[in-house]
Design a protein around this ligand. Sequence first.
Ligand SMILES: Nc1ncnc2c1ncn2[C@@H]1O[C@H](COP(=O)(O)OP(=O)(O)OP(=O)(O)O)[C@@H](O)[C@H]1O
Length: 770
Amino acid sequence: MSEIVSVFKDIAQLNPLFRDQITNFSINQVASNVFDEPDKLADFAAAVSTGEVRELQDVLESLVVDDRLRKALLVLKKELINAQLQSKLSRDVDSKIAKRQREYYLMEQLKGIKKELGMESDGKDKLIEKFRERAATLKMPDAVRKVFDEEISKLAGLEPAASEANVTRNYLEWLTQIPWGQHSHENYSISHAQTVLDADHYGLTEVKSRILEFLAVGKLRGTVQGKIICFVGPPGVGKTSIGRSIARALGRQFFRFSVGGLTDVAEIKGHRRTYVGALPGKIIQALKRVGTENPLVLIDEVDKIGRGHNGDPASALLEMLDPEQNNTFLDHYMDVPVDLSRVLFVCTANNLDTIPAPLLDRMEVLEVSGYVSEEKSVIAEKYLGPQAKEASGLADADVTLDPTTVDVLIKYYCRESGVRNLKKQIEKIYRKAALKIVQDLGEEVFPEPDAAKPLAASAADTPTVESQEPQSNQPQQSEPQESSPASGAAPVSEASSESESPSTDSEPRASPASPTDTPSSDAAAQKPVTTQERQPMKVPDSVHVTITPENLKDYVGPPIYQKDRMYARPPPPGVSTGLGYLGNGSGAVMPVEAISMPGKGGLQLTGKLGEVIRESAQIGLSWVKAHAYELGITKTAEEQFLNDRDIHLHMPEGSIGKEGPSAGTAILSALVSLFTKTKINPDIAMTGEISLVGQVLPVGGLKEKILAAHRAGIKTILAPAANRADIEENVPQSVKTGIRFVYVEDVREVLAEVFRGEPVVERWKDTLGL
Ligand SMILES: Nc1ncnc2c1ncn2[C@@H]1O[C@H](COP(=O)(O)OP(=O)(O)OP(=O)(O)O)[C@@H](O)[C@H]1O
């Protein structure tokens, strides 16, 4: 019974909503189906419809409750709930629709009013008009024009707020910002190019003349299309900056990007438009940035391009650079062919070995080799020094970097083949000099007028102070402005020239000045803001600074290299001098050290040596063992040698990896020197691969090795005979000056030269045929 009562209660609570419509009808229906006592129907219906619980209970008690009634009542309750829900839903929907309609109606009215007033046209129309205007100025190829038209009509049909409209709009932005058919006027004048190249770089004669040849061909052909120049050389020799100079000489726009460590193809070919945040690749971005179809694009570090899981960027680069296919370069984002054939591509690399072969094949390689000390000092004097002086604000000051100081810098601070480090040191010197001058002369000579004024303004809490200040300064500034060249007036002129810009600024900005002043009632809480430009300050003529070798330490700290050479002269037996070629494209003088100690005939190798160089050491040792008697190491041909001793061979500067076979002759000489207890003259350096029977085989990287030897003051170089032509033809005479070259085919010739006049050679004269 209690269950029935609770159902009745529920019905009674739901009921008032449906009093007039559903309830009576349903109850009558249910009642007529369920109850046998028709006279009680009316009472029941009335009780339910009024929701009077007590009455309901009374009615209920007077009824026979059975299963039929229970079921009937549950059906009734369900019906009521459904009906209530439906009515609620339809009411909600109705009110929402009404609200939308109202909003739409009002918005349309608003648009109409704005249009009438000429306040704003439809944003989309404006956008489409902008794209059309842009496209009209471009010479789009037909295929591109077709895509453009399609995209425009697509945009026109889209609701501006739709995400698809955003994608289309971005695409059209890019499509209309590619400089179709727009190019800068090119200048193939040889004399102009010569002037520009000489103004930017010292030396590099070979590179410059190759560039001029390239221009001459361009002049005759009317184009330099189909050429990819690649500058190869050690770091800091000017590969990137000469690329910039070529652009300047040709009158082309310049864009540079580096592909070092790049692993994602999308960086070059772009993302597909379907991705969120998709962008075109670097070259399309370059075209957009420079706004011409024929820029010079410099691709840095092409030898360090990576290989990711996401495709092979080198192949994408090949597609971009290859003159055969780049007139229809397809960027994933743009999805229309873009003609890159007018772009002049210049690549830079430290090492040719790691450039993918198909790419290298299409390049015109120009070697930019390192500099010898004399070249470095001219570059420092004529280029780096003046640039650094100007950059430090000392252009007109009497701050002199003595030429002898530059020599000391080169010798004890910057021994590498490039000039980047030298440039950094020179910049450091001028920066330090600037600080010293400012500190020594003090704030009276170089006052901070700007900082003082806003502070005073806020302290005095008068908004007018600031606007008065420029006025009061205005008359002052005109006198010292003229007298600024006068020595004593320098600091004053600076103070006044600072205030010159506010005075010119203050007039047109008189009105914006007052709003900034208004809130200055609580000026303490406000950060002082200014539109004034700082003016450079002049160093008084009374200041004279000379950087000499003696005071150099105050500017750049103690020397990095303490000695001219690694060893005191002459080094002990077991030390020879090799010439190495480092992975970054520069050469280096690399000593080889060998010692022996009690042991069992083992060979220990250290100095971060690669597989091939370890093999060279094994070959060298085997050769020495095999010829121990002839060399005078053993007394008889049968005598066992090295049974009770170990050898340790080391190549200093262990942090630098050493690869390749070219240290063979130096290793062998070090071993012979060790066993015969004969010293080797450190002025002799050598390079060459050795074979087991004692042949000396050709090696690479000679130009850089000779440059390094030149910088280290080496007097004699022993090189493989097979490299003679390479050295005589390809290495500039200036680099070879002062060095004697000995070309060798066999290790015996090496030993004869290295130990000339020593007992080891005397003993061996017959075998050597001396
Ligand atoms: N012959 C030169 N004359 C004048 N300045 C030079 C010369 N060679 C190099 N420089 C200067 O040295 C600096 C370093 O050059 P740059 O950056 O072009 O070196 P890089 O060869 O591209 O090095 P990396 O391989 O590390 O990229 C530049 O400021 C450049 O102007």
